[in-house]
Design a protein around this ligand. Structure first.
Ligand SMILES: NC(=O)c1ccc[n+]([C@@H]2O[C@H](COP(=O)([O-])OP(=O)(O)OC[C@H]3O[C@@H](n4cnc5c(N)ncnc54)[C@H](O)[C@@H]3O)[C@@H](O)[C@H]2O)c1
Length: 392
């Protein structure tokens, strides 16, 4: 059967779908980015990224120009591609449980566009056993070629990482594994074939492992602060020339749309028995409170002007999803402080410039370590809280 596109990415204008589509298109494949977000479609069709993604824009412009990349708001496009990659968002509910039913309803809605000759690749992060539920939702009236190929890039750097990272490939049939491997060999450095369950767990364990590493660093940081000891000096002493401790991160907010979510997906699957994951959540999510309590032990926050630098969930990107900077702002306000916020990348009418923060605030907290904050000369009268230690 002849198809108009080699690949259709459903959720193709998101943080995962868009760079992936751009990279496939840059390898000469015909790619359709299918999405429901008309605003992003307009921005991307003009050759601009709707969010920070380093090195993507020249490739996007080139792929639009040579016709390798198309954008579609019509779900019918899904029937026009040999390979379908599903990369829509998979948020958790207010109790941190995966919204698997919602995802399955979405899969069900796709069925009318699918035929058994197509390869279906699940790219979104999903709960353990979700692939099996997807397979059942698709039904047994056809031999669907269903595979799970999880995404493991670090947001903002997908263009570099997609080329560098090995791709985990799992599938329900030899055909599915073979075709998914061939597809990802076009862009990935190597392929690792696993069972479906192994792939589901490998993806979630990887993020959860990082989340727990950040938590131990944050716990060590809190212990040091309570003892009036500099954690960074301790960390330096631990890691310098000592490879067994080399992976210990520096302290800082560990947040964003993936790490906590994936940790909690394991927890709900393991029926609340993932104690290490829960402890990590309490430590990481508790860091804003710890910082505010430290400030309160030094001075009253009532009417004190406090500025937050960096509202994104991590350095040098504009993504504010699940950023702890907002929790920090809330806790500060709850303690009576007058809070103003700034970010170098994320836009919000309530944000002010970093210069205004420096000019107006008595306390300044670097919440996301955007590189530019390391270049600021912080006046002596400001109480600077820099857990990332980027200002030195
Ligand atoms: N952001 C990351 O760093 C990262 C890393 C690894 C895995 N993931 C996983 O990848 C998935 C996507 O995450 P993201 O950060 O790209 O989310 P996102 O919100 O940036 O992108 C999702 C896209 O899907 C689109 N969409 C939603 N419903 C749709 C529908 N019915 N039809 C077509 N398009 C639809 C949205 O408009 C949006 O453009 C999630 O499961 C996430 O956990 C994300």
């Amino acid at each position: 059967m002849a198809y108009k596109y080699d690949v259709c990415i459903v959720g193709g204008l998101g943080h995962i779908g868009l760079p992936l589509g751009i990279v496939f298109a840059s390898k000469g494949m015909k790619v359709c980015l299918q999405d429901i977000n008309a605003e992003s479609a307009e921005i991307v069709s003009n050759g601009t990224l709707p969010f920070v993604e380093y090195e993507a824009e020249p490739l996007l412009k080139e792929s639009l120009k040579n016709g390798n990349l198309s954008i579609s708001l019509d779900s019918h496009s899904i029937s026009e591609a040999k390979n379908i990659i599903i990369a829509i968002g998979t948020p958790v509910d207010e109790y941190m449980n995966s919204k698997t039913r919602q995802f399955l309803e979405f899969i069900s809605s796709l069925k009318k566009h699918l035929n058994p000759d197509q390869l279906i690749v699940i790219r979104s992060s999903i709960a353990p056993n979700a692939c099996e539920q997807i397979r059942r939702t698709l039904g047994e009236d056809h031999n669907w070629k269903l595979s799970y190929c999880p995404e493991r890039i670090v947001q903002g750097y997908a263009i570099q990482e997609l080329k560098k990272l090995p791709q985990i490939v799992a599938g329900y049939s030899d055909d599915a594994v073979e075709e998914a491997s061939e597809l990802f060999k076009r862009i990935s450095s190597s392929i690792i074939v696993t069972s479906i369950k192994e792939a589901e767990l490998a993806k979630l364990f990887a993020n959860s492992w990082r989340y727990i590493q950040f938590a131990i660093a944050n716990q060590f940081f809190m212990i040091c602060e309570d003892q009036d000891v500099n954690y960074d000096n301790v960390r330096h002493a631990m890691v310098e020339g000592y490879e067994r401790a080399a992976q210990l991160p520096s302290a800082g907010f560990a947040a964003g749309p993936c790490l906590l979510k994936d940790t909690m997906q394991i927890s709900s699957f393991y029926q609340g028995g993932f104690h290490l994951g829960h402890s990590a959540m309490m430590i990481n999510e508790g860091l804003p409170n710890f910082i505010v309590n430290q400030l309160k032990s030094k001075y009253s926050l009532n009417n004190r002007k406090v500025g937050i630098l960096g509202m994104a969930f991590k350095a040098n990107v504009d993504d504010v999803r699940d950023s702890l900077s907002f929790r920090l702002s809330k806790v500060l306000k709850f303690s009576g402080a007058e809070v103003i916020c700034s970010d170098e990348f994320a836009e919000n009418p309530e944000f002010v410039s970093k210069e205004e923060i420096i000019a107006k605030c008595e306390t300044v907290i670097i919440a996301a370590p955007h590189s530019v904050y390391s270049e600021i000369q912080y006046p002596d009268h400001i109480d600077l809280i820099d857990i990332w230690k980027i200002s030195q």
